[in-house]
Design a binder for this molecule. Structure first.
Ligand code: ADP
Ligand code: MG
Length: 249
């Protein structure tokens, strides 16, 4: 088991698409135990930031360090192995496989490096998958195919899959999109308690301000590619620049 004091440090991150400067010099840090919300209007550059952090996109400039290791230029899979996990906006489960099999597959994928050439049957991770599914409230549905699940339940399976990758830092881009308000609160409450239990850190985007202010331990605000505010929820909510630019008042 690893030390639970991981830290992600992002400095001067930049990325353009043709003439569009999507991310223009973003710096922030994220430490174990934090639930950091990244908010800002559509097109602010939030998803681009996520893609830069997990290696899906390469920055034009800037550094991303996890516990001192520079992640820039590493392939997404390597970055995942080093401890940066993510859930997806688009559901990424295999519909015909069961809930348990989807989670087992992630454990298996994680273990391959450690086990070298020997590949155990996916069943080897049955207990691990089951206890993780119970933790996210999906224990009773472990043997159902993912394709038949209700949308909110699928989101819980995706969270379990992300956790099976044993992340130090978990990136969640609009994890509650498409969910009912009550379900959104429940998913983020669960996420927050998992952060405390496992000593990980979460960076998430969210449009529902009740969810943001209810669950974020800190907030950063992006507008047209630049960070315009950073701080605890109450300070960010009161910031006139945030109110003008983001909350539209
Ligand atoms: P957000 O997630 O905050 O809504 P995005 O990061 O998706 O914002 O987009 C930021 C800006 O970058 C937008 O102007 C968007 O059109 C542009 N953009 C994002 N991805 C691409 C891409 N792959 N190619 C071209 N432009 C892109
Ligand atoms: Mg986005």
């Amino acid at each position: 088991s690893r030390p639970q004091n991981s830290k992600l440090v992002v400095e001067n991150l930049q990325r353009a698409f043709g003439g569009v400067k999507a991310v223009r010099g973003v710096s922030f840090s994220l430490a174990a135990g934090e639930v950091l919300a990244l908010i800002g209007p559509n097109g602010a550059g939030k998803s681009t930031c996520f893609n830069l952090l997990n290696g899906q996109l390469r920055p034009d400039a800037g550094t991303v360090r996890l516990d001192g290791v520079d992640l820039v230029g590493l392939p997404p899979r390597k970055i995942w192995r080093l401890g940066v996990g993510r859930t997806f906006q688009i559901t990424a489960t295999f519909a015909s496989m069961t809930v348990a099999e989807n989670v087992q597959m992630v454990f298996l994928s994680r273990a391959r490096r450690l086990l070298g050439l020997w590949t155990p049957a996916a069943g080897a991770f049955r207990d691990e998958a089951q206890s993780l599914l119970e933790r996210v409230g999906m224990g009773a549905q472990a043997d159902r195919p993912c394709g038949v699940l209700a949308y909110g339940d699928l989101k819980r399976v995706e969270l379990a899959m992300a956790l099976a990758g044993d992340p130090k830092i978990l990136l969640m881009d609009e994890p509650t999109a498409g969910m009912a308000p009550g379900e959104r609160q429940d998913l983020m409450a669960l996420t927050s308690s998992l952060v405390r239990e496992r000593g990980l850190a979460v960076l998430f985007t969210e449009h529902d301000m009740d969810v943001v202010f209810g669950h974020a331990t800190r907030i950063i605000v992006l507008d047209r590619g630049q960070l315009i505010a950073e701080g605890p929820p109450d300070a960010v909510r009161a910031d006139p620049r945030v109110q003008a630019v983001y909350l539209g008042s």
